[in-house]
Structure formats: C-alpha cells, structure tokens
Write a protein that binds this ligand. Sequence first.
Ligand SMILES: C[S@@+](CC[C@H](N)C(=O)[O-])C[C@H]1O[C@@H](n2cnc3c(N)ncnc32)[C@H](O)[C@@H]1O
Length: 330
Amino acid sequence: MIHVPVLLKEVIEILDPQPGEFFIDGTIGSGGHAVKIFEKILPNGKLLGLDLDKNNLKIAKSKILTELRIKNSELRNNLILIHGNYTDLPEILKKEKLGKANGLIIDLGFSSEHLESGRGFSFLKNEPLDMRYNVETRDKGQETSDKRQATRTVTEIINSFNEKDLAEIFWKYGEERYSRQIARKIIEERKIKPIKTTFDLVEIIKKVIPPSHFHRHSHRQIHPATKVFQALRIYVNHELENLEKILKNLGKIIKNKGRIAIISYHSLEDRLVKNYFRELKNQRKAQILTNPAGKPSVSYGARKPIRPTNEEIQANPRSRSAKLRVIILR
Ligand SMILES: C[S@@+](CC[C@H](N)C(=O)[O-])C[C@H]1O[C@@H](n2cnc3c(N)ncnc32)[C@H](O)[C@@H]1O
C-alpha cells in the first residue's frame, strides 16, 4: 500500500516553493510531498529529506528520481537524503554546510508503509510487537542514553512497565477510556506468558472492552485496539518530545521569510503546534498563514488549521484527522 500524501495541494500552494530555494522535508516518508516540492525548486534548488526509517528513504529516493525522470547527476546532488531525526536538523545543517532553509514541512506520525513493515504497527496482522520507526540503533547493538532514539520495543515496554505507567501511556497518548483496566489485565496475563505479538495484545484488550462498548467515533465503530496501539506508537518513538524539540529550534533551521508547515493527526500534537505558533506570532517573530486558495494570505488572528476536504477524506480515510498549520518567519 503506497502512502497517499495528505493535504498535498494545500501544502504546495501555501509553502509556495520557488525555483532555486532550499527546502527541508523533515519526515520524507515515501516522498509524496517532497516530489512536488523538488519539482518546483529545480533546477538549482536543494531538497534535504530526513526519515527515521531507512526503508522509507529508499522509497522516497526512487519515487522522486523516477517521477521527475532525473538522470543528470547535478540534479541528483541537489537531493540530499539523510537517515536521521528531524530534531537533529540544526547539527545536520552545520555538518552538511547547508545553511538555513527557505521552507520546512513536517508531516507527523507513521506512513502507510509502516503498516506493511512487519513491525507490529497494524492490529489486523499477527506480528512481533516492535513499532519503532528507527530499528537501527539496537540492531547495531548501540544502546544509547539519548531518549530521542527509540531503543525499546513495544514488547519490552508491555512486559516490563508497571500497571500505573502503562495506564498513563494509554490514557495520555490514546485517551483510552479503559486504560486502567487494560493495564491491569496486561499485568495479569504477562504473569502467565509474555505478550509478544500484536494478536496477544489485541486479545487482552478484547477481554477488557465489552463488544457493546467498542469505541464509537462520529458514528463509526473503531477497532477496540486502535487507541492503545496509537498510544504505544507515540510513546515508543518519543513523538511528542521530538515535536516540542523542533518547535523550539525553528529559528536555527529556517531563514527570515521562510515558511513552515506542520501536519498533525492527534490533538496533543496539534495543541503543541498551535500554542507554539501563537507564541511566535505574539513575539512578532512569525505570521500565521491560513488561506490555501491562490497566494497565501497572511492573517494575524487565524486560529483555525487547514483540514482536508470531504472528497480527500473519502479518497484517503487516513487524512480524516489531519490538521495543517503554517507560519512564515519574520
Ligand atoms: C506521515 S509519514 C510522511 C509521509 C510523507 N509526507 C509522504 O507524503 O510520503 C511520516 C514519516 O516520518 C517519519 N518520522 C517520524 N518521526 C520522525 C522524526 N522524528 N524524524 C524523522 N522522521 C520521522 C516516519 O518514519 C514516517 O516515514
């Protein structure tokens, strides 16, 4: 399943990449946004793409080079792909001698490719419970004290954390109503045998949540494991800490008049972005861009994020919860 980029038209219109500019895609995924940005900044512009998942970087590279039919090595050199965390951008820009960029896109969370990765992102398939975006640190045996690097798998967390900590993760990152009961059941079941696969965890959740109480969400019924899986993914990959860190460092990454677009899929993420952008606006360090129709319009009071249209949600249900916020630095 190839990842369908979310709010693509809106992102390109509002970021408005120009020939010769330097853009960063901090979460390049399979390159859905990056390919359109690269197309606009060519032939002299540069694109730096990062991802924690090495496999996604490969997919992005092949998509960009194939779709834009790039064979010429000079153009290839203008596409710089790095396996890394967007929180390290200030250091990466220095190391690569790139200077600050004209624009940045961060499209948070996981990609459709992760559901097929065999690493336990999907509760519909029986797989080992891992859920790390970056599997490298541990594969190389490099235990690290750097909390940004996800070194623990979900299996390790589920089988070692205490009841209170597990319940807190399910509640804080998943808003799971049955967080305490699920945590209690996990402790009970892991005494009998370790919880190793997605289906082990799904079975435990189903024992706790009665079928009549399966979550309802705008008239849709969602799978009972949805919220717990989301919470574990966010926790294991330090997603909120990473977002907070890059927000604080935007001035080190982006030039004056540079544009920054962030797409979030979770209310906690959106709240961080909204509050931080508002703070920059109040300090007169940024203006909020909100109107994707035609040229971006600057609005000082804008509080509403850009949401997908009904047509986009129908074509790509994954876009349902997306919120796009954009600023221009002053
Ligand atoms: C929603 S996908 C991006 C999809 C992409 N915009 C596209 O259209 O193909 C998010 C990607 O960000 C990566 N990712 C998540 N957190 C990251 C981080 N802190 N630094 C770098 N990449 C990250 C994930 O591995 C995933 O591939």
